[in-house]
Design a protein around this ligand. Structure first.
Ligand SMILES: NC(=O)c1ccc[n+]([C@@H]2O[C@H](COP(=O)([O-])OP(=O)(O)OC[C@H]3O[C@@H](n4cnc5c(N)ncnc54)[C@H](OP(=O)(O)O)[C@@H]3O)[C@@H](O)[C@H]2O)c1
Length: 292
């Protein structure tokens, strides 16, 4: 039995779809969800559901009993980043108690110098979770996922085609943007093939791309010039605030832009390509699909 957490979220739902595509029977998949109202699609696929929450230990034990492999989709808690670590630790403790044999955990890709960058505390939540997992005695696989390609339209702005400008303080920094669906496919590969115990995999694209290059690709796809401007962080913050963007999102945008400017997202690796058996979707292909 394979259990997937975050199954009503985007990555978890896609991972279940890939498990089914790879021939895992619906009866051998269990979905851990916190909101029964979001489960229609899972029910239609015949997936066994367990309702619960990372903060409700009993619900975790109930869900994990009889499970061999668990895909722990990392928490997206919007409060203190330590909440995420606490959620992951509860899941790992409950998995241990319920005799789960193998946990596959979705972490984030990082460089050794991550603690000198804007995403240090975000990364530390993963570092502590990974450490707890390794020390749990359960076989583990850490999927150090790269930043989603789907973040590009969010960072570039919903009306970039009208304004003709991407305003994002990432300077000339590059990121190895990767499609969420391909990360889900890689997770399903790890869950359905042998030899992944006690391994850590960086899962990124095979090339890194800057916003200058994204602007060039957008220009080609839209048939008009899209400029890239990397403003000072303070100016960027004040533009977002004036536009009514909530402080939480202003902070997140600044954090990711600064991390990219610092080179923290520029990690390329071939592991994901080998897991999915093809070259991952490039930024150029993604932009053509979204904006073409
Ligand atoms: N690599 C990247 O660029 C990137 C970008 C964004 C996020 N992430 C990380 O990757 C994870 C998966 O991404 P995603 O796109 O699938 O995010 P998502 O769509 O927001 O899904 C997150 C899932 O976690 C579940 N969850 C959150 N708190 C929970 C709790 N206390 N108990 C049980 N379930 C809980 C959510 O449940 P509900 O469905 O009920 O909300 C949701 O299903 C995120 O949670 C985040 O940690 C990575």
């Amino acid at each position: 039995m394979i259990l997937v957490t975050g199954a009503t979220g985007q990555l978890g739902a896609k991972a279940i779809d890939h498990l089914l595509t790879k021939g895992v029977r619906a009866a051998d998949i269990r979905a851990f969800v916190r909101d029964a109202a979001k489960t229609q699609s899972l029910q239609e696929k015949g997936i066994d559901l367990r309702i619960g929450d990372y903060t409700d230990y009993d619900s975790l034990i109930n869900a994990f009993t009889g499970v061999d492999k668990l895909l722990l989709v990392s928490s997206n808690d919007r409060g203190a980043v330590e909440n995420r670590t606490a959620h992951h630790i509860e899941v790992i403790k409950a998995a241990k108690q319920a005799n789960v044999k193998h946990i596959v955990y979705t972490s984030f890709v990082r460089k050794p110098t991550f603690d000198q960058t804007a995403i240090a505390s975000f990364q530390n939540a993963h570092v502590h979770s990974e450490k707890f997992l390794k020390n749990s005695g359960i076989a583990y696989t850490v999927l150090q996922n790269g930043i989603y390609l789907e973040m590009i339209p969010i960072f570039a702005g919903g009306n970039v085609a009208e304004t003709g400008v991407i305003l994002f303080p990432a300077q000339a920094g590059k990121a190895s943007w990767i499609l969420r669906d391909e990360l889900a496919e890689a997770a399903a590969h790890v869950l359905t093939t042998k030899g992944h115990e006690n391994k850590i995999y960086p899962l990124t694209n095979t090339e890194s791309v800057s916003f200058e290059e994204i602007a060039t690709d957008l220009s080609a796809t839209l048939g008009k010039v899209i400029r890239y401007e990397s403003p000072e962080v303070e100016k960027f913050e004040s533009i977002l605030k004036k536009a009514g963007v909530p402080d939480l999102y202003v902070g997140m945008f600044v954090m990711w832009a600064t991390a990219q400017a610092q080179g923290a997202l520029d990690v390329v690796d071939n592991t994901l390509a080998s897991f999915i058996g093809r070259k991952p979707t490039s930024v150029r292909e993604f932009i053509k699909t979204i904006y073409g």
